[in-house]
Design a protein around this ligand. Sequence first.
Ligand code: PLP
Length: 614
Amino acid sequence: MNDFGLDVWGDDNFVIKDDTININYASKPSLLKITKDIQEKGYKGPLILRFPHLIKKQITTLFDAFDSARDEFEYSGKFQAVFPLKVNQFPNFVDNLVSVSSDYNYGLEAGSKAELIIAMSKTPLNAPITVNGFKDKEMISLCFIASQMGHNITITIEGLGELETIIEVDKEFSKSIKNYIPPKIGIRIRLHSSGIGIWAKSGGYNSKFGMTSTEVLEAYDMLKKHNLLSQFWMIHFHIGSQMGDIAPLKKALREAGNIYADLKKRGADALGAINIGGGLALEYSQHEGKQARNYSLKEFANDVIYLMQFISQSKGVAEPDIFTESGRFIAGTHAVLIAPVIELFSQDYHEKSLRLKEINPPLIQELYDLWISIKKENAKEYLHDALDQMESLLTLFDLGYIDLEDRSNTEILVNLIIKKAIVLLRDENQDELKKLQDRIQEKYLVNFSAFQSLPDFWGLAQRFPIVPLDKLDTKPTNPSSIWDITCDSDGEIAFDRELPLYLHDIKVDEDEYFLGFFLTGAYQEILGMRHNLFTHPTEVVINFNENGEYIMDDIIPAQNLMDILDDLEYKTSSIDKRLKYLIEESSILNSKEKSDILGKLYLYLSENSYLKTI
Ligand SMILES: *Cc1c(COP(=O)(O)O)cnc(C)c1O
């Protein structure tokens, strides 16, 4: 397993060439080369690399899947999609998303006023904007303003109160603007079916969002009474993120489809779209047989088109346009977090730490011989012998017959034997060996913050694929845990016997060893928190020129120390003054030393919080 499950999660986006993991695009550069190039420019600490070609690939794949399904079923409704901004609002992502999607009339979805402003300023005029979530009068008015700008905008109402506000704002705008154009209106429905998995709270009867059938009927009457039925054109639902199973979606589609058909028959003539929300899952698993998703994109698209066609035909109504708001699927693959390993713990179990004597106690000599002569054929037997002798040796220590050096030699030798046995017996996949791996696991201290960069690991135990950037021609043998540099014991990705991560044995003072954390482009950046004041890492956009060579664009460095404090509303000028004063007034420094130290201080203040070892 040298490929770190690339076949399971990689989707052909990366390829292992010789000993490195490379981008499977254009000149196929290695992530290691890119990382070193960025470091040479002076950027230290963890990095986020963004790949616009991967955003484009996801958008193209999504549209292609639905277009093929529409062709196959001769479906008459259109397929349209928007990107839900809550999944990634960073400008280096959004600007690239908008530019790579220009062929698709792809739009944006907003769930708050600030996101709406992004959508209003970045969405091309014909592309759709949808607005979900709870809204006040101001937010609704912003939607009306967008509509006057010429935007194709749909307000999704979550409750009757919002509809009342829409009616009120509609009256105000129609009075004050001569050629007034109202926005389109959608209704979010509350389904009795709901999603599954850790993100499933968005659908179902107890969900925070959507209207019951009674409320939908009432909304219909209100729209009719206030002459807004002509604007009501979309039914919306969202059953939760990262749907591993397709069954709940099918149930939701049947439910939503029948609501659509019924409302149309009732007289909602403008109604012409079903928005199926997001939820399309990504495969995060690094392990064959532990996949998180039980369907393909083709199956997903076919199910949606088939069911909508079936319901429309049986009820005798027009086939609706299909909208999706997939976020994770579109953004997840485009970003890779890269962080250097700065230290290995449990190095004391290394051969070089042995303190063997001229004459060792016989049991220790035997352990040593077991370690030297262990082979595949005898590995199990020798392993059992070693564990047995360790018990005896520890007892001898307790009784005072051997000394601390002997005890240390015992621990080291037994660990070395276990390590060797595991490698020799790797293919046998025995429970006993799996358990022993916990004992010999190596802790890799990595220059990043799990709170800042993998918040879904912290909050939801979501795993992300982890791959070292080189040495991939060598079998990794260390069962590994990953420690981040926060002072918090939650910042550890512990070794998991069922989903084991093996990394290479390295000497950190000689080797640079970087880990890539993949599929981190969705949700992680904005949910990331500044625990211990570690901030958003330095980010770089990687594009390719006509010759297929990569170019680094739009580098945004991680915030420096003073900017971090400024963000917390510290008065940085008085901090600056105070630090300077303390140096200048120091009674132990002469004036040359003072100016040297001041120089150092200002250099450090201009850098970010991450460690500077590599
Ligand atoms: C969060 C959200 C999405 C995106 O879901 P993904 O699982 O990321 O595709 C889409 N629509 C709505 C209404 C959402 O709240």
